[in-house]
Design a protein around this ligand. Structure first.
Ligand SMILES: [Zn+2]
Length: 173
């Protein structure tokens, strides 16, 4: 272990670069800002005892970009285990209301998986599709972001789900 560094320092690999993704052939880009990457990276399940964590994603929209500027959670009232994460729904709604006033729109969810290259589980996909169907806002899809244990972007899964289909999200080189 490097001198003068604590364990959390070593786990927390800070990101400075913005990641840009193409969304199908829409011409619009999905943008993950360093603020969001660093927030999610703090909860990567690097240790064998770390529990799943998660929260919500908030974005600003333009014709060119869906720019995710804020990730929330986990909250003290969430239920978390190694292979499970159930968020506090009431807190989630409070976040949506509070951030809406600052021009940040709820765009989807993030959570962690204890695997290097994360893939959504069947229940992950079921619940994101249900959220799209239940939503009353103007978007016709939701982002699902899953953080595995590898360094990003290798350890990231990102997709945009509609009620039925799913848009292919590809990292811009
Ligand atoms: Zn999952």
């Amino acid at each position: 272990m490097a001198e003068g560094r604590t364990l959390p320092d070593l786990q927390w690999k800070r990101y400075w670069r913005t990641l840009r993704f193409r969304i199908g052939n829409s011409g619009q880009r999905l943008v993950l800002t360093p603020t969001v990457l660093n927030h999610v990276a703090m909860y990567q399940q690097i240790e064998s005892f770390s529990a799943e964590a998660g929260g919500q994603l908030f974005a600003r929209f333009s014709d060119a970009e869906i720019r995710i500027e804020r990730a929330t959670g986990p909250r003290i009232s969430d239920r978390r285990s190694r292979y499970g994460y159930v968020p506090d729904r009431r807190r989630e709604q409070e976040e949506i209301d509070a951030l809406h006033g600052r021009g940040l729109h709820f765009i989807g969810d993030w959570h962690t998986h204890p695997e290097p290259h994360p893939r959504p589980s069947a229940s992950d996909i079921r619940s994101i599709r249900q959220a799209v169907r239940d939503s009353k806002h103007h978007l016709n899809g939701f982002i699902l972001l899953i953080a595995g244990t590898e360094r990003f972007p290798v350890g990231l899964f990102v997709s945009l789900y509609y009620g039925q289909g799913e848009a292919e999200i590809v990292l811009d080189s």
